[in-house]
Ligand binder design. Structure first.
Ligand SMILES: [Zn+2]
Ligand SMILES: [Zn+2]
Length: 188
């Protein structure tokens, strides 16, 4: 018994044990430094605020638990990815918004055009008051609140009701007309 204890004791003081222990400590230390470096690199890519990057590295210095906590709370996306996605969405919206075609010559026309610049077909009616281009279904100008004058071809009832005077239908009835508070400029 005494012999076994003595041999264990002498083994823990032997050079072999010292070498193994130092090697293990060295590996642990290298791993620890590697986790700190990883936290720093990851935080630099995910976080733009340098102060927050510094805080993340400080957290990462806590051996092994720090990087784990950092992984739980780090931003889920890279800012570059977020920016790229936003740009893509904006480009898609633009593509959907502006593409309109002249019904006669199929030339590409802007949504704000009153006539087709290629074949001079009338595309939209202009607001009487602010000259903004109006959609065919609109009953009131959304920019200056002026009621839209009906075109004779569209509003047959009004034409008949006014004793066959097609131009009378163009004038909005005074009761409908709202007071003009302000004239906002047409949108660009
Ligand atoms: Zn055209
Ligand atoms: Zn208007």
């Amino acid at each position: 018994m005494t012999g076994l204890v003595f041999s264990l004791h002498s083994w823990f003081h032997s050079n072999t044990w010292l070498v193994i222990r130092n090697l293990a400590l060295f590996v642990v230390a290298v791993f620890w430094i590697a986790t700190i470096a990883w936290v720093y690199k990851d935080a630099r890519r995910r976080i733009e605020d340098p102060w927050l990057v510094g805080m993340s590295v400080l957290l990462g210095v806590v051996p092994f638990v720090g990087p784990l906590i950092y992984m739980l709370f780090r931003p889920p996306e890279y800012p570059d990815d977020v920016r790229e996605r936003e740009l893509e969405i904006r480009a898609m919206e633009q593509r959907l918004r502006t593409k309109e075609h002249c019904p006669v010559c199929r030339a590409e026309v802007d949504t704000t055009y009153l006539v087709c610049p290629v074949c001079t077909t009338k595309l939209k009616q202009a607001c009487e008051s602010c000259k903004a281009p109006l959609e065919p279904l609109w009953q009131i100008c959304p920019y200056c609140e002026t009621p839209v004058a009906r075109q004779p071809a569209v509003d047959l009832d009004a034409t008949v009701g006014l004793g066959g005077d097609p131009w009378g239908a163009l004038e909005p009835t005074p009761a409908v007309r709202t007071p003009r508070k302000r004239r906002s400029p047409p949108p660009k």
